[in-house]
Design a protein around this ligand. Structure first.
Ligand code: GTP
Ligand code: SPV
Ligand code: MN
Length: 591
């Protein structure tokens, strides 16, 4: 008798008509074979899927160029399909599940003809964790199969785990014909199903990542009493050796990967890495909030990554185990066969191919690497990986940080008055858009909790869920807001960022343990600012004038933003909790 899994795979094969079906086991040997297939047999347009890079300087590394129309997440083509449109909310595109399925069946008919169907059994989270989830993704491209092997725990043991049960998350993926008019990423939360066609890129195609671990998982969290969040998880070790665990939500391409493995500019402090993109937050038996990273790899932004900004990522990339490291849409140094991007160390090479494979000229106005070019690398290669990263329960969280990319208004750091106020601060968050999604870059938009593109259900209900989580916690973590990106009148960053951010984290860690502290923090209508001299500037050459400018809360600027916040919150009608409006009104009147 066929198991539900086998039946599902058979059904998909009947629909898509692949030449062959390959069940992946996630082994290194298999990855090597897939790389070979991608190098020699499979093609996207007129290019092979992979090109091997210089093994001396970039061990086990491969370059992948995606289709030029397929270089970022496409929010406008991403849908949540549930019979109750209200539950999906104005923050998602909605389609009726039956209509969506008819459409997707039509697009998927015969789409794998001439190709291989890869069946990928994987687990999100440490397989030993009670919170881990078993999943199976189907795909028709080696790039996605290998990427999923890096980003998840993939293996035969997952098949034993699923056995004859129906308890697994289904992901159907095909690159289709890569026509953006026939590209859709559909979520069916009632069936724990994701159906994606027409894109081979990142969050559109690696279905364990944003599609399952955030959009579908957010529904599971609502039902089961936990949270799936777009957050990094780190441990901050102080000079005495105490480690405090923090989570931080920042929108796409706003500094999570950098924060996750920051090299501290303050002597005696060290950052331990647990995750750089997604956190699942549960309430432990002791009433504390625990965080675990469901992913096993990093899919990080390449441009701007260097030994100066993120030395631990450069070390991670060069660590080279036998499992592959992938570079997607970076430029290529023709003479050395190495990947290249804007902001990497050293002089710009003479001979570059741009991210599409064309010769690049210094006087051309285009960038050589795509601004959303990325690397995919095994988390175990990270030299700062926390010994607690594999803890099946996760780590206890002392502070929650929310941030955005704001040239103005928002201070370097601000502490919420309490949980409810902190949730409101996060709900009114805004950020300037980046190249991580296919839309205009640099436009301010509301992005509550950095989850606007990822919360799979109505955000009004989401804010209520956040408020309820706080009520269930014995002592809720302190909530902070940060902004590394504020600029001066000349458009220059006021704060040096990167390793210097430890100075802000140090303050946050001290505040989150202080309950009885008499530290002279400054109260503003928007929250608490650090007191004068409370941010440790020792040995940094950072000007106090700039720090004060970066910290300023200017009521006029805040007031100017309220109408936009109000418009956003009103979109959720009755589903917006009264507590959020209470906080809004308090802020408006105290400004
Ligand atoms: P996703 O993977 O898209 O979710 O994004 P992420 O939040 O992990 O983004 P990442 O850390 O890769 O940041 C990308 C961009 O932010 C790069 O251009 C970095 O140079 C820039 N960045 C990161 N940290 C800082 C900082 O402290 N200051 C400044 N000015 N820029 C930063
Ligand atoms: C993001 O856009 O937030 C990412 C990359 O982390 S993707 O996997 O494409 O969503
Ligand atoms: Mn992300």
């Amino acid at each position: 008798m066929a198991t539900p899994l086998e039946k599902w795979v058979e059904e998909q094969a009947r629909l898509t008509k692949p030449d062959r079906i390959h069940w992946c086991d996630g082994s290194e040997e298999e990855a090597r074979r897939l790389m070979e297939i991608g190098e020699k047999e499979e093609r996207i347009g007129n290019q092979n899927v992979f090109r091997k890079l210089n093994p001396e300087t970039f061990p086990s590394s491969y370059l992948h160029r995606s289709h030029p129309t397929d270089v970022a997440r496409t929010e406008q083509l991403t849908f949540v399909c549930h019979p109750d449109r209200e539950m999906v909310g104005p923050n998602n595109n909605w389609m009726d599940p039956e209509e969506a399925k008819t459409k997707m069946r039509g697009l998927s008919e015969g789409c794998m003809a001439g190709r291989t169907m890869y069946v990928l059994p994987y687990v999100m989270g440490n397989p030993l964790s009670p919170y881990a989830k078993a999943c199976v993704q189907i795909t028709d491209i080696s790039y996605v199969a290998v990427s999923m092997g890096i980003m998840t725990h993939m293996g035969k043991d997952v098949l034993d785990r699923i056995g004859a049960s129906e308890n697994f998350v289904k992901g159907f993926h095909s690159i289709g014909d890569l026509d953006p008019n026939r590209r859709f990423i559909m979520h069916f939360p009632q069936e724990n199903l994701v159906w994606s066609i027409g894109s081979g890129y990142g969050g559109n195609a690696l279905l364990g990542k944003k599609c399952f671990s955030l959009r579908i998982a957010s529904w599971l969290g609502l039902k089961e009493g936990w949270l799936a969040e777009h957050m990094v998880i780190i441990g901050v070790e102080d000079p005495k050796g105490n480690v405090t665990y923090l989570v931080a939500a920042l929108p796409s391409a706003c500094g999570k990967t950098n924060l996750a493995m920051m090299e501290s500019a303050l002597p005696g402090y060290k950052i331990w890495t647990l995750g750089d993109d997604i956190a699942w937050l549960h309430i432990g038996e002791d009433g504390r909030l625990y965080a675990l990273n469901p992913e096993s790899g990093f899919f990080g932004v390449a441009p701007g990554t260097s030994l100066k900004t993120n030395p631990n990522m450069m070390r991670t990339l060069k660590a080279g185990t036998s499992f592959p490291t992938l570079y997607t849409n970076t430029a290529l140094n023709v003479d050395t066969n190495e990947p290249w991007w804007e902001g990497i160390d050293g002089p710009r090479p003479e001979n570059l191919l741009d991210w599409q494979g064309n010769p690049w000229h210094p006087d051309s106005k285009t960038l050589a690497a795509h601004p959303n070019s990325r690397f995919t690398v095994d988390i175990r290669q990270c030299p700062t990986l926390s010994p607690e990263a594999g803890n099946p329960q996760g780590v206890p969280i002392s502070a929650i940080i929310f941030g955005g990319r704001r040239s103005d208004t928002r201070p370097l750091v601000l502490q919420g008055f309490n949980w409810q106020h902190g949730v409101f601060m996060a709900a009114m968050m805004g950020s300037e858009t980046t190249a991580a999604a296919a839309h205009q870059v640099g436009v301010l938009r509301r992005d509550p909790m950095a989850m606007l593109p990822f919360c799979g259900y109505n955000m009004g209900d989401y804010f209520r869920h956040w408020l309820n989580m706080g009520k269930r916690l014995a002592r809720p973590p302190e909530i902070f807001c940060i902004n590394w990106f504020r600029k001066d009148e000349d458009g220059k960053f006021l704060w040096p960022g990167f390793g210097e951010n430890i100075r802000v984290l140090k303050w946050i860690v001290e505040r989150s343990h202080d309950s009885g502290s008499t530290a002279p923090r400054r109260e503003t209508p928007a929250g608490f600012l650090p007191g004068k001299n409370e941010i440790d500037l020792s040995g940094g050459g950072i000007s106090e004038v700039n720090l004060e400018k970066a910290l300023a809360v200017n009521p006029e600027e805040w007031k100017a933003e309220l109408p936009d916040v109000e418009i956003f919150l009103k979109k959720f009608g009755d589903r917006m909790p009264g507590e959020i409006w209470d906080e809004f009104n308090k802020l408006a009147s105290s400004l």
